[in-house]
Design a protein around this ligand. Structure first.
Ligand SMILES: N[C@@H](CCC(=O)N[C@@H](CS)C(=O)NCC(=O)O)C(=O)O
Length: 260
């Protein structure tokens, strides 16, 4: 249906989309809520979404290397609006999971944005990120590529293919095209390298796999794997399968989350 925009946009609370009841055009908390704190040095407030599991995968990989990355993982139910509680917005003023509180030092340190959390933990524990040189630059390039690119997949393709109140051809075409272009970027890269940043497994793989690896494996957005013909991205698929077989990845995507 053709749409004529009004002079000034107003908030339609009942727009019919899957997240209509929680999405809002205003930042800040909607209610007071003190978040629980467990005994571990790292407190993670999260959910099993692609952005959330990036961090639990890294934490499980660190623990698998016997590094002291013990954490408590708490469930922020974004369908119920937990991300707008005052305790959560104190840690992430942007009201999105995942958010981390590092209580191991003299003063608690908050970290928000999944890419920033991955970088913070990789530097803290000296793992899964080359210390310097071109290898580090390459890993960071791919990490930031993921942060900039995945919103086209999640907020664009996934939203209009699965969550929008109706199927609209224009946005599905636009975002399917961009998603396939991105899948091809990764397929070409993985045709020449064992891992995203080169020969070593890094936080760039952990950031990219929950989105593009799981899409290639047909594990997100219903029938999207078939719709986008992800089987045709052979190198991407082989990498996705290799990562999916890692015990830390399996733990990271299903780690129990305690109620807040
Ligand atoms: N750029 C952010 C995106 C985080 C994000 O979009 N989180 C979603 C779940 S995957 C969320 O919390 N949505 C709640 C909302 O939009 O109200 C990151 O990577 O941390």
């Amino acid at each position: 249906m053709a749409y004529t925009s009004p002079d000034v946009w107003t908030w339609d609370k009942e727009n019919g989309g899957a997240f209509a009841s929680t999405n809002r055009p205003i930042a800040g908390p909607t209610h007071d809520k003190i978040l629980p704190v467990g005994p571990s040095p790292l407190q993670l407030y999260t959910l099993h979404t692609p952005n959330g599991v990036k961090v639990t995968i890294l934490l499980e990989e660190l623990l698998a290397q016997d590094l002291p990355a013990q954490y408590d993982a708490w469930k922020i139910d974004i369908g119920k609006g937990d991300q707008f509680g005052s305790g959560f917005t104190d840690i992430n003023p942007n009201s999105k999971i995942p958010a981390l509180m590092d209580r191991s030092g003299a003063k608690p340190q908050r970290v928000f944005e999944s890419g920033a959390i991955l970088l913070y933990l990789a530097e803290k524990f000296g793992a899964f990120l080359p210390k310097g040189g071109p290898e580090r630059t390459e890993a960071l390039s791919w990490l930031f590529w993921q942060m900039g690119s995945a919103p086209f997949v999640g907020g664009g393709f996934g939203h209009f293919y699965v969550y929008a109140p109706e199927k609209f051809e224009y946005p599905i075409n636009r975002y399917a095209m961009e998603t396939k272009r991105q899948l091809d970027v990764l397929d070409r890269r993985l045709g020449e390298n064992a891992f995203i940043a080169g020969p070593d497994y890094t936080i760039a793989d952990m950031a990219i796999w929950p989105w593009y690896g799981r899409l290639a494996l047909s594990e997100i957005y219903g029938n999207a794997g078939h719709f986008l013909d992800t089987k045709s991205y052979r190198h991407l698929l082989a990498w996705a399968e290799r990562l999916a077989a890692r015990p830390a990845v399996q733990k990271g995507i299903s780690v129990p989350l305690a109620a807040i």
